[in-house]
Design a protein around this ligand. Structure first.
Ligand code: OOG
Ligand code: MG
Length: 261
């Protein structure tokens, strides 16, 4: 009998999350764990999250920038789920007690005005469905040791979801030049990374379209009112206890997260 199947991988990932335990990627032992299998595992664990009372609030994209793809060694973007349990209130520190090895990355965040269902969604039709744009900082956490994974592993692991904070500046999509929106990432006051909206699939609206078109393969859509994290603009930085990470955007303000205790 094979060591792993969809049900046992799904259960092990939620157990790792609950126990703050990391492990080697499943694909070491189960190379057939591909992206489509990963999505079935991701969806099974979303169902378990909802059954225990979490609310689905949106969608996140992963690996939509060259900086992220290069660092993680996985060269295709993918989608995952956001629940209310992952929301970090403004000013709240990294929830160290819940996470294994948190890292922070800057993102452009959309809140949807209309439902967006693929296939055939373009950057233009995607942006027309956006209500507001904000800056964000995602706190990613992987259930894999040293963030070492292949595409199927990371899709199954809900794209390293952990938590995220949304900045307080909220603008209409027509009032921002997303291509040239710049971000600087500081750790303890030292500049670590810079990027622009263009680093996200050429434009964050392309990432949004990609999410809708990819979800359509599973008969799913992005719903009105949902939140979309369009993917790390730059590589992530570690956020250990005692650190301070600031993502400073050119027009969308600053999102600062303390490493906490
Ligand atoms: C995968 C999660 C990627 C992003 O924005 O690219 C992600 C990882 O880097 O562990 O959230
Ligand atoms: Mg991210």
């Amino acid at each position: 009998m094979a060591k792993w199947d969809e049900a046992s991988v799904a259960a092990e990932l939620l157990a790792c999350e609950a126990e703050r335990r990391d492990r080697e990627p499943f694909t070491d032992e189960w190379p057939e764990l591909d992206v489509d299998t990963g999505y079935r595992i991701q969806d099974a664990n979303l169902a378990k999250r909802l059954a225990r009372g979490e609310k689905l609030v949106g969608v996140k994209l992963g690996l939509t920038s060259a900086a992220k793809q290069k660092r993680m060694g996985v060269y295709a973007p993918f989608v995952a789920w956001l629940t209310d349990d992952m929301i970090l209130d403004e000013g709240a520190p990294v929830p160290q007690a819940k996470l294994i090895h948190p890292r922070i990355e800057p993102e452009i965040i959309f809140v949807m005005k209309d439902r967006l269902a693929g296939p055939g969604v373009t950057r233009e039709s995607a942006m027309a469905a956006v209500e507001t744009v904000s800056a964000g900082a995602e706190v990613i956490d992987s259930r894999y040791k040293n963030f070492r994974f292949r595409a199927g592993d990371v899709v199954a692991d809900n794209a390293s979801s952990g938590a995220w904070a949304t900045g307080s500046v909220v603008v209409k999509p027509e009032d921002i030049d997303l291509l040239n929106e710049k971000v600087e990432v500081y750790v303890d006051g030292k500049l670590e990374h810079t990027g622009t909206g263009a680093d996200v699939q050429g434009h964050p609206g392309e990432a949004l379209a990609l999410a809708a078109n990819d979800l359509a393969r599973r008969g799913l859509a992005i719903e009105a009112g949902q939140i979309v994290l369009t993917g790390g603009i730059t590589d992530a930085v570690f956020a250990p206890p005692g650190s301070t990470v600031t993502c400073k955007f050119s027009t969308l303000g600053e999102v600062t997260i303390e490493g906490g205790k």
